[in-house]
Design a protein around this ligand. Structure first.
Ligand code: NAP
Length: 334
């Protein structure tokens, strides 16, 4: 199909400004997939470049930050802000500048045709440029009892489910920032929070470690893995294996909160774009994927930093590259 950024040929010339860019009726200039910080930042920047972006939220509206209790390290919020509030503000800002935010999920993507084609629950879309910001999903333990007891004591979200454990005892599995941060949050409700870690050293940052060690409600079980989650109608305990002593034991608990990392949501693109050995999309320093015209931002392309601020930065950077690329392409074809 003929590529034309500005719709009518009379308007196209080398001096055309981004403000004059109008999408063709059924072809978008840019579609952003994902509504976390990366997607919303990409939407904001492409909207401010008058590219009239469409943002498809996906099922997990707001992304992982919307499941985070307190965000203490996003610049500009010295008193901290809750994850849902922060992402809500980002969405408000994006919509204020004209991002077309639609609650819809992409079920198929064809990047071998141009414009690229996306199929969603609601219909099909064509787009000249694509920003993939589909993020990552909390990893599961994959042990007996886990799946069956989700919502009956097994949870991956302290913000969502912490309240249900008022005055109860819970365990947190993991030794990273998420485990400690969410474990600390759970002390607001639970009478005791026991953090179960598979090693004897935490991966989490020193500040969180200090806060956790100083909290009377938090205890640790070291060098241990959860081999089974026990309970009939609801969780009653976990079966543990100590990797150093070889000892097996049962630890009684009312709830199991699992924070053991993430899996990138790249399933739709794995056959069409280059991915690394863990399934993260491979991008260059400008966040361009292996396919020209397709960018990736946020955790889908970042297994290292995974911060709200870095994801938002990636989204903004990808958007700037989209604007430049579309502008150059239009100028070439003028
Ligand atoms: P993470 O840093 O990858 O930590 C995952 C933890 O789970 C590790 O301690 C790991 O153990 C353990 N683990 C992994 N698989 C396991 C299994 N099958 N069974 C038992 N334990 C298992 O993940 P995260 O804590 O979700 O953090 C992700 C990223 O977000 C990090 O970059 C983190 O810095 C960032 N983050 C930052 C903040 C903040 O700055 N406030 C808050 C949350 C997250 P090992 O240590 O033995 O590998």
């Amino acid at each position: 199909m003929e590529f034309s950024l500005f719709g009518t040929t009379e308007e196209t010339n080398q001096d055309v400004k981004p403000t004059e860019m109008k999408p063709e009726p059924d072809i978008r200039n840019v579609i952003v997939i994902g509504s976390g910080p990366a997607g919303l930042a990409a939407g904001l920047y492409t909207a401010r470049a008058h590219l009239e972006p469409l943002l498809l939220t996906g099922n997990d509206i707001g992304g992982q930050v919307s499941l985070t209790s307190e965000v203490e390290n996003y610049p500009g919020f010295p008193a901290s802000i809750t994850g849902p509030e922060l992402v809500q503000k980002m969405q408000e800002q994006a919509e204020k500048f004209g991002v077309d935010v639609r609650i819809d999920t992409v079920t198929d993507a064809n990047l071998d045709v141009y414009p690229f084609e996306l199929t969603t629950y609601e219909g099909t879309y064509k787009t000249k440029a694509l920003v993939i910001a589909t993020g990552a999903t909390p990893r599961k333990l994959d042990v007996p009892g886990e799946e069956r007891l989700i919502g009956r004591g097994v949870s991956y979200c302290a913000t969502c489910d912490g309240w249900f454990f008022n005055g109860k005892e819970v365990v947190v599995v993991g030794g990273g920032d998420s485990a400690l941060e969410e474990g600390l949050f759970l002390t607001r409700f639970a009478s005791k929070v026991t953090i179960i870690h598979r090693r004897d050293k935490l991966r989490a940052g020193k500040t969180l470690q200090k806060r956790a060690f100083n909290n009377d409600k938090i205890a640790f079980i070291w060098n241990s893995v959860v081999e089974e989650i026990i309970g009939d109608e609801k969780v009653s305990g976990v079966r543990l294996h100590n990797k150093v002593t070889g000892e097996d034991s049962v630890f009684s608990t009312d709830g199991v909160f699992i924070f053991i990392g993430h899996t990138p949501n790249s399933q739709l693109f794995q056959e069409q774009l280059e991915v690394d050995e863990h399934g993260y999309l491979v991008v260059d320093r400008h966040y361009s994927t292996s396919k020209e015209g397709v960018w990736a931002a946020g955790e889908i392309a970042d297994s290292t930093f995974r911060q709200v601020v870095t994801s938002a930065g990636m989204g903004a950077s990808a958007a700037i590259m989209v604007e430049r690329w579309l502008g150059e392409k239009a100028a070439e074809e003028a």
